[in-house]
Design a protein around this ligand. Structure first.
Ligand code: ADP
Ligand code: MG
Length: 628
């Protein structure tokens, strides 16, 4: 009995202990419920700091990158294969001067879309009388198929487009045109053999086409066109998108020396007068396609996300600069950072959302929407996290972290692009754009001629590409970095002009420059149509007078235009609203909203050239990141 009593007391004690243990566990669990988010938030914040540190682009690093770019340009130009910049001669010596006349076509194959264009040029008086384009998204399957499938698809769309050529493109009092001459803008690295032939060096920007490398891309397209048995179309010029952009800019402005793309990928070209023997030029100057996507420098801030992205890409170890800058990659870099935060710090609470594991699910336009979210509770960020990753509920601190990641990735891209621009300036005008630290570069350029320019003393860079065109904060960061890198006087000389769809329009104009009919009079074209004056073509960043007002940048808003735009398949940003009215102008709302923010005056006191909006400056600079 005493034993039983002992046992009973023992059981009571055990039960009591168990109850106490459960109660303690409940309290601890409850406490954990309260503390866990803070802990994971701190972990997420730690990962954010780590990423920010690894992706930082301080001024001294940008200077080194610019310097390195200029040196690599020189090396790539003088010695084939000795630089990570291919510096390809384009054989484009005849740049337009505005006198071109006639009806010309272009086909612009980018990384996301291709465009077919027609352009009726009316010479110096008439300029661009009419133009029209269609944009077609490139089906994903064709990016992974064969070159014949890709070119057949493109040729079919081109022939359909030519077949729909309206009467208004016909020459008055002349027989219908028998041959349509076309400029091909091909935005992949090509070793050019002449102005109308070139072999593909490699597919980039996510294209993994089994064949095509080593083939002449003009022959590939011409054969595909011929297989359509449609109207006669001759490919008369092959250009890179940067070259098309430069030519499109030069058509209006003699000071355009550089063409640049910030779209799916990135690249630049420029007019070189210090030519090597493998780039013979009667004129003493030629456009050089840098293929700067392949640039690499130890000063580039590479993070774990870049390493992962590169390892899993279709071209590992290549296009390192492009993978940090191009629109194809920015959203994907953000996704990779968020995935790590979700895995290691439960950024979104609970298990890692399945869709967050899906490569390239976050496209850069969506990322830029999150970045542009200025609402107090970041509701656009919440919506995109819901729509894209299926994360139904997010807390504001997590959304702020997401916003910061977008900011870091975009700022890095824009600043690296700016360093590249300054590198080009150092190469082509070492005396004017030397920072004082580049004695070596000056020596390299001892014998080089100063690039020919128009009379204004300006160096104009014509820019095309969806990333630059549609991403307002991107442009602001880029211009700010250019201003940081250059002195005020130098910054005033550089003009960055958006040449909307310049890569395609430039190819039509270059087709005119290389037409077999060049020199024959086309005065019978209808020239009584309104045309654009040069100053109306582009919105300028960087050359604004300090006291410039909005109206100075938007003076062309009400001019009539006869340009038509048609849209193929998916509606796209390209043809919406004001943009569709005025194809070659930078007329997107966001830009005209903030036309004069990047004046030279604003450089000194406001590095970002913009009054910081609620979310335009990274939260992580503030200490109370989680205070709501
Ligand atoms: P391509 O490179 O095919 O010639 P574009 O120059 O039009 O095409 O660039 C398309 C790219 O621009 C997209 O892949 C995307 O990365 C970027 N882009 C388009 N719209 C936006 C936007 N609103 N915000 C940020 N990036 C954008
Ligand atoms: Mg393009």
């Amino acid at each position: 009995m005493p034993e039983m009593g002992q046992k009973m007391w023992m059981n009571v004690f055990m039960a009591g202990a168990a109850v106490a243990a459960v109660a303690t566990a409940v309290v601890v669990w409850q406490r954990m419920q309260k503390t866990q988010p803070a802990q994971t938030r701190n972990q997420a914040l730690g990962l954010l700091y780590e990423f920010q540190h690894a992706a930082a682009t301080p001024l001294h690093a940008l200077r080194q990158i610019a310097e390195h770019m200029a040196i690599e340009m020189h090396a790539g130009l003088m010695t084939e294969g000795k630089s990570n910049l291919l510096m390809l001669p384009t054989f484009v010596e005849n740049l337009p001067d505005g006198s071109e006349e006639g009806l010309f076509y272009a086909l612009d194959l980018g990384g996301t879309n291709f465009r077919v264009l027609r352009c009726l040029l009316g010479g110096k008086e008439g300029r661009v009388l009419k133009q029209e384009y269609e944009e077609v998204p490139i089906p994903k399957s064709l990016m992974l198929g064969t070159s014949e499938e890709l070119f057949d698809f493109i040729a079919k769309r081109l022939v359909d487009f030519v077949n729909r050529e309206g009467e208004e493109y016909r020459i008055k009092n002349k027989r219908p045109q028998q041959v349509r001459e076309l400029g091909l803008t091909f935005s992949f690295p090509v070793k050019q053999l002449s102005v109308k032939s070139g072999v593909l060096i490699q597919w980039t920007k996510g294209f993994k086409i089994a064949d095509g490398v080593g083939a002449d891309v003009v022959t590939l397209l011409q054969s595909a066109i011929n297989r359509q048995h449609g109207p006669k179309i001759d490919v008369v010029v092959l250009v890179n998108d940067t070259v098309g952009t430069l030519a499109g800019g030069r058509y209006w402005n003699d000071d355009v020396m550089v063409g640049m793309i910030l779209g799916t990928g990135t690249n630049a070209c420029y007019v070189e007068r210090d030519l090597p023997s493998h780039a013979p030029s009667k004129k003493g100057e030629m456009v050089i396609n840098m293929e700067w996507g392949g640039f690499w420098s130890s000063h580039l801030p590479r993070t774990y996300a870049d390493e992962q992205l590169d390892n899993e890409s279709v071209n590992p170890g290549q296009a390192g600069y492009e993978k940090m800058i191009g629109g194809m990659y920015l959203g994907e870099i953000v996704r990779r950072v968020l995935l790590r935060m979700a895995r290691e710090a439960s950024l979104f609470g609970g298990p890692v959302p399945a869709k967050l594991r899906e490569p390239f699910i976050l496209i850069t336009p969506e990322m830029s929407k999150m970045h542009a979210d200025e609402s107090g509770d970041l509701r656009v960020v919440a919506k995109i996290l819901r729509d894209v990753f299926g994360v139904q509920k997010t807390e504001l601190p997590a959304r702020r972290i997401v916003h910061d990641v977008c900011d870091i990735v975009t700022m890095r891209s824009a600043r690296l692009a700016a360093a590249g621009i300054v590198g080009i300036l150092k190469k082509i005008m070492p005396d004017a754009f030397d920072s004082g630290t580049s004695g070596s570069l000056k020596t390299l350029h001892r014998n080089s001629m100063v690039a020919k320019r128009g009379d204004s003393g300006k160096i104009v860079l014509a820019m095309d590409g969806g990333l630059y065109e549609h991403y307002t904060q991107y442009r602001i960061y880029m211009q700010a970095a250019v201003n940081e890198l250059l002195s005020e006087a130098q910054a005033k000389r550089l003009v960055i002009q958006l040449s909307k769809d310049g890569s395609g329009i430039g190819a039509t104009i270059l087709a005119a420059c290389h037409s077999q009919y060049r020199g024959q009079s086309h005065k019978s074209y209808e020239t009584n149509e309104p045309s654009y004056a040069p100053h109306e073509k582009m919105v300028r960043f960087g050359d604004a007078h300090p006291n410039a007002t909005k109206s100075q940048f938007t003076q062309y808003d009400t001019k009539p235009t006869n340009t038509q735009f048609t849209q193929y398949e998916k509606p796209s940003l390209r043809s919406s609203g004001a943009q569709s009215d005025r194809p070659n102008l930078c007329s997107s709302g966001a830009q005209s909203d903030r036309p004069n923010l990047c004046t030279s005056q604003s450089q000194s006191d406001m590095p970002n050239c913009q009054p910081p909006s609620q979310h335009s400056v990274s939260y992580i600079y503030g200490l109370n990141i989680f205070e709501q």
